[in-house]
Write a protein of this length. Structure first.
Length: 403
């Protein structure tokens, strides 16, 4: 099965004097009502700048949080419009709009001129967004002459602004294409999916093996070596009869994990598990810690980070790789005493002579915390979308933009 070619801004044609609907993923973390981290906003700026230079008027739209189909004062997008205005540094001032379908919104969009930027209210204030409702999409469609999607983080959702809206646009002869961020994500992750340079090593970690079972299942057919840290390693260790103390184990996943082991053996893929771990009674800042063998954790302790011998062993695997995919921290990296393992692995990947991609909100936070974001080839903004893409699953928001 060969995926079609993704249409991009290069196929958009002349948009001067027209209105472009731009779906962005500005679903940023908020603290006390202001934007705590604007990386997702910054990531959309190349597309915004390019469309403005091409003299289009832009109608931006995003979801923010989980308002579940009703307006929610704390989740209004004005704060996003203001944050974008700040980042555009005088190039444009972003107008905050209301919901689609309202006369004031339609009038305000009608008054936009070339290079102007406006932002719709939170798409998820309307239940039609998550329901992929064509009537809601119709109200979005009447605001624009063309559709651009730069919201890779939402591309795995069959939601109105992601799927049925571009469908409507195409059906009425209007273009629907990918923005530069979405294009880059599909190119980079596509390179991991189709013919990565080998050895291809996946470094997996994070909180729950159940979140990532389908990813592991899919990756096992594609990679040469998987190394696993984080809490999810303990379900694998427990499945082999190791004593893991009070570490997080998902008992109901032990059978799945054994299945993964069997597949790996059949495919000749190696799975590396922790040799030693940093253990403590609980994840807290001033608790007593000890480094113990990963298969002999005392009954009253839990593993909260990979130990130094494991960092060394994983680093050796990583050093031989030509392609590295990393998802999931190696320990409770938010707490300094349990952050060494994650930092060690981040450094190992950063200094490897490999094409390196990191995905996942917490993993990217760990890379930034270590000051290593410049040493990775790609920080995927996708989260769930990146993982589904790497599993080889078609994403509704991407498929609709392919020829
Ligand atoms: P990502 O956001 O990169 O996909 P996850 O959300 O899957 O990563 O996992 C991140 C979380 O996993 C972090 O909050 C971290 O504290 C937790 N975690 C990692 N290792 C452990 C562990 N050994 N015990 C408990 N929690 C852990
Ligand atoms: Mg996370």
């Amino acid at each position: 099965m060969r995926a079609g070619r993704l249409r991009t801004l290069d196929q958009l044609g002349d948009v001067a004097g027209t209105r472009v609907f731009l779906r962005v993923d500005f679903n940023v973390p908020l603290t006390d009502g202001s934007v705590a981290d604007d990386s997702r906003i910054v990531a959309a700026i190349p597309t915004i700048d390019e469309l403005r230079e091409r003299r289009a008027a832009l109608v931006l739209a995003s979801h923010l949080g989980r308002p579940k189909g009703v307006p929610w004062d704390d989740l209004r997008t004005r704060v996003l419009a203001d944050a974008l205005t700040e980042r555009l540094a005088g190039r444009a001032s972003v107008l905050a709009l209301g919901m689609p379908g309202h006369t004031e919104t339609i009038d305000a969009v009608g008054r936009l001129g070339p290079g102007d930027v406006a932002m719709l209210e939170n798409l998820r204030f309307d239940p039609g967004e998550e329901a992929n409702d064509p009537r809601f999409a119709g109200r979005l469609a009447e605001l624009a002459d063309a559709y651009v999607n730069d919201a890779f983080g939402a591309a795995h959702r069959a939601h109105a602004s992601v799927e049925v809206l571009p469908e409507l646009m195409l059906a009425s002869g209007r273009p629907a294409v990918a923005g530069r961020l979405l294009q880059k994500e599909v190119e980079v992750l596509g390179r991991l999916l189709h013919g990565p340079e080998r050895p291809y090593v996946a470094v997996l970690g994070g909180a729950k093996v159940s979140d990532k079972l389908s990813v592991i299942d899919a990756l096992i057919h594609r990679v040469d070596h998987v190394v696993i840290g984080g809490a999810m390693a303990f379900t694998l260790l427990a499945a082999e009869g190791a004593s893991v103390g009070r570490s997080k184990v998902e008992d109901d996943r032990v059978e799945d994990v054994r299945g993964i082991r069997r597949t790996a053996e059949a495919e000749g893929v190696r799975i590396g598990l922790p040799i030693d771990v940093v253990a403590a009674a609980e994840p807290s800042l001033d608790v007593a810690r000890m480094t113990v063998p990963a298969r002999e954790i005392p009954d009253d302790l839990m593993g909260l980070d990979i130990g130094p011998a494991t960092v060394e062993a994983f680093a050796r695997v990583i050093a031989d790789a030509k392609t590295v995919l990393w998802n999931g921290p190696m320990g409770v990296f938010e707490l300094e005493p349990f952050s060494e393992g994650t930092r060690g692995i981040a450094l190992a990947i950063a200094s490897a002579n490999a094409y390196s991609v990191v995905g996942g909100g917490d993993s990217i936070a760990a890379v930034r915390q270590a000051g290593l974001e410049g040493s990775f080839d790609h920080l995927s903004t996708g989260g769930g979308a990146s993982l589904e893409f790497l599993e080889g699953r078609p994403l509704p928001g991407v498929t609709i933009l392919e020829d």
